[in-house]
Ligand binder design. Structure first.
Ligand SMILES: Nc1nc2c(ncn2[C@@H]2O[C@H](COP(=O)(O)OP(=O)(O)OP(=O)(O)O)[C@@H](O)[C@H]2O)c(=O)[nH]1
Ligand SMILES: [Mg+2]
Length: 446
């Protein structure tokens, strides 16, 4: 869809509704012609700001700043006029309409970035990283995306694989097309090394991307029997009285989630319904939800009442969560404690007196910290890249199975798919559809 509109001049409000200044971007061959019609000025100098009036017929509808850049020295590589108008509400929307009436088309999502890529102002992966800089709400993804967008592009390593795949692609094509004339055999040992190197390089980036995704959506769930103090702990950790606390077992019927902020980390903390045999249908539903949370949580806080002996339900919880990331916590340590051997290494806390909460918070942060991505390794910021990487990894594994076989057509098919896939992944896009998929997920006005 972007390619069909390449010759048109596009415009969009680049700032969010409600801002006190609205920046309207106009990009394309007619940008200055339109600006001229609107402002009654004849010429616009490169990289220069001017104070202009905007006319709608004889009426002055705005007095604002205009900033102009001449092709190819602009963000998009085209002529660009930016109007800095009052607010990003009705006034700005009407000026956008006026620009459209004078010959521009409303820009599609990410269309300015698309044009920047097409005009070699940046690579696709830099554009994806830049879009993450704009949208990121997390310090780690901001740091990584800044690095990828403004410093050395860490996907460079994947680009280095391309010449070797190109070599095998040319060779395999020649063997298939001219079986009698091509004397060179494919060096399968060399191809196998390339496959293994590609698997390693792509897997590293995939694993780092997974760590980042996990960090961005880190789920902590407090689990335990009724009345052990789950809601009390939940309230302390989030810093306010969000969940109802009562001395009646079964108080929490449904789960509640809130954001937990600790030492620069951010996670979703969930208080759940106490696990036990339910007395009622409503409670049974709550307990079922808690069981589902048990599967989904990245970290489980297993909470026990340290003043009483463990029972079968407590032991069952410990058994069920053996393979998960868990923190075993004993609450109510303001009471005389019962010696439960299963809880000998547990973190001791008292929600009533606020004891042990700092230690527990440290341990939570240590767990989150394990998911911090390697800052020197690349990450895939978009879902499109992550899926593509998985597809390529699958094809690399499949190709391995056909090595040394006589089935050269199949080998060529896989080499071709992998070669194009790696090109796409490292920003050298091979089809128009791919552009639509990637830039369609960007912000409007970028
Ligand atoms: N002595 C003492 N009492 C506590 C402590 N923590 C919680 N309680 C009390 O234990 C009772 C149950 O607390 P909740 O936080 O509602 O327990 P819960 O695990 O959420 O219970 P359900 O929602 O029923 O599963 C309340 O009366 C709390 O005041 C503690 O550290 N010491
Ligand atoms: Mg509760």
């Amino acid at each position: 869809m972007y390619f069909d509109r390449i010759t048109s001049t596009i415009c969009a409000l680049a700032t969010a509704k409600g801002s006190s200044i609205g920046i309207i971007r106009v990009s394309g061959t007619k940008a200055f012609e339109i600006a001229s019609k609107l402002t009654r000025k004849d010429s616009f100098r490169h990289k220069t700001a001017g104070f202009v009036k905007i006319y709608d017929g004889e009426k002055v509808v705005e007095k604002c700043l205009i900033l102009t850049f001449h092709a190819p020295f602009s963000f998009t590589g085209e002529d660009v006029a930016e109007f800095h108008v009052h607010g990003a509400a009705e006034n700005a929307s009407e000026i956008v309409e006026l620009i459209i009436k004078n010959g521009a088309k409303p820009a599609l999502k990410g269309e300015f970035s698309f044009r920047a890529v097409l005009n070699s102002k940046m690579s696709v992966d830099e554009a994806i990283a830049l879009n993450t800089v704009i949208t990121s709400e997390n310090p780690f993804s901001t740091e990584l995306s800044r690095k990828a967008a403004f410093e050395k592009n860490p996907l460079e390593k994947l680009k280095n694989l391309i010449p070797d795949w190109e070599y095998f692609h040319t060779l395999a094509t020649a063997v298939v097309d001219f079986p009698d004339q091509v004397s060179t055999d494919i060096d399968f040992e060399k191809l196998k090394n390339l496959i293994n190197r590609s698997i390693l390089d792509i897997s590293r980036v995939s694993a780092n991307s997974m760590a980042l995704s996990r960090l961005l959506d880190y789920q902590i769930v407090i689990l335990g029997k009724p009345n052990v103090g789950k809601s009390s702990l939940f309230n302390i950790l989030i810093g306010r009285e969000r969940a109802i606390v009562a001395d009646i077992p079964g108080t929490t019927r449904d789960y509640i989630s809130e954001t937990l902020y600790a030492k620069g980390f951010q996670a979703t903390l969930t208080d759940s319904a106490g696990l036990r045999i339910a007395d009622s249908e409503v409670e049974a539903k709550g307990i079922e939800k808690s069981r589902n949370l048990l599967e989904k949580g990245d970290l489980l806080i297993l909470l026990f009442d340290g003043s009483v002996p463990l029972d079968d339900e407590d032991r069952e919880l410990l058994r069920e969560t053996r393979m998960k990331s868990i923190l075993i916590v004993k609450n109510k340590c303001d009471f005389p404690q019962f010696e439960n051997p299963e809880l000998k290494d547990a973190i001791e806390i008292s929600c009533k007196e606020g004891r042990g909460i700092d230690i527990l918070t440290d341990r939570i942060c240590e767990n989150i910290e394990r998911n911090i991505p390697d800052k020197n390794e690349a990450v895939f910021f978009s879902d499109w890249q992550k899926t593509k990487a998985e597809e390529i990894l699958e094809k690399l594994e499949e190709l391995k199975l056909y090595l040394n076989s006589e089935q050269i057509e199949i080998i060529l098919f896989f080499i071709s798919e992998i070669f194009n896939g790696i090109k796409d992944l490292s920003g050298d896009l091979t089809s128009h559809d791919v552009y639509d998929k990637i830039f369609g997920g960007f912000c409007l006005g970028k």
